[in-house]
Design a binder for this molecule. Structure first.
Ligand SMILES: CC(C)(COP(=O)(O)OP(=O)(O)OC[C@H]1O[C@@H](n2cnc3c(N)ncnc32)[C@H](O)[C@@H]1OP(=O)(O)O)[C@@H](O)C(=O)NCCC(=O)NCCS
Length: 248
């Protein structure tokens, strides 16, 4: 098994010529993706262990490995390789249309950025990926081909933005699906029904744009969000599970 540092310093590949693990730098460590053509558990375990060894030879750190559409038995391999399950992301879905939102929302404009970044960071202060974002981070996402300023619904009260619902249309899926990508309400206003109405505004916008199926990803332990989604008729489809291992 060899490990090579490729031209991009943020990527490390561990390979035996057949199976490989690609380690990509993320904000708090390395994310592992396995390529094991025969899908054998033994080979996956060996690669997860080799990834940990590669990081140990480097300067240590945190490794993160995701299994999409996880089954209970899938825990065995990462646990045997020294990784611990620590985060479940649920994919929920529901057909459209839904009820009409009672909020009048508008499209995003670039002058909204400081306010929505501020709401985002206060609402997601606990979140592993969505906390501490900068205007630059938002602008990078907005450069992605799917971005549509009309699909980022803004709700303001007395000239101040109180929350937003950011949607994303997946044209590559069949049938096409619309995602509730991010929804956030100013923490000072949470619990008063705004989140529910903002999600509805996003779903209404998707349906007006000919989308008949909605989906989203939510942390399994995000009680408030799950309460809202459940009340709006979203149903669990699959669980993506993250495992982590710390190498010191
Ligand atoms: C999720 C979020 C958008 C909901 O906004 P909101 O304005 O509080 O939503 P609502 O007031 O419409 O509904 C919240 C519901 O959750 C319930 N709730 C709040 N905290 C809860 C908890 N810890 N456990 C269970 N239910 C909870 C409320 O009682 C309310 O239910 P009700 O309408 O039956 O009374 C908001 O909490 C938020 O911005 N969170 C941070 C960002 C986030 O997690 N976004 C979702 C990511 S997928």
């Amino acid at each position: 098994m060899t490990s090579e540092d490729f031209s991009q310093p943020e990527t490390l590949i561990v390979s035996d010529g057949t199976d490989s693990a690609t380690l990509s730098a993320i904000r708090d460590g390395w994310k592992i993706e396995l390529d094991v053509p025969d899908e054998k558990d033994e080979n996956k375990k060996r690669l997860l262990e080799a990834a940990a060894q590669a990081i140990a030879i480097d300067e240590g750190g945190r490794l993160e490995y995701w299994i999409e559409g996880v089954e209970i038995s899938d825990d065995l391999v990462p646990i045997a390789a020294g990784y611990t399950p620590y985060r479940d992301l649920w994919r929920l879905s529901r057909p459209l249309p839904t009820d009409q939102s009672q909020l009048v929302t508008r499209s995003f404009t670039s002058t909204d950025l400081p306010e929505i970044v501020s709401i985002n960071n206060r609402a997601f202060s606990w979140h592993p990926e969505r906390s501490d974002l900068t205007i630059d981070d938002f602008e990078k996402t907005m450069e992605e081909p799917w971005f549509n300023s009309n699909g980022l619904r803004i709700w303001e009260l007395n000239g101040t933005i109180q929350g937003f619902c950011w949607t994303k249309i997946h044209h590559d899926l069949s049938p096409i699906q619309g995602e509730i990508y991010v929804v956030a309400v100013d923490p000072d206003l949470q619990g008063g029904g705004t989140g529910t109405q903002l999600v509805l505004a996003g779903l209404n916008w998707l349906h007006v744009n000919d989308i008949n199926q909605a989906m989203l990803y939510v942390e399994s332990n995000n009680a408030a969000a799950n309460h809202v989604y459940n009340a709006l008729g979203f149903e669990h489809e699959v669980t993506n599970r993250a495992y982590e291992r710390f190498i010191r």
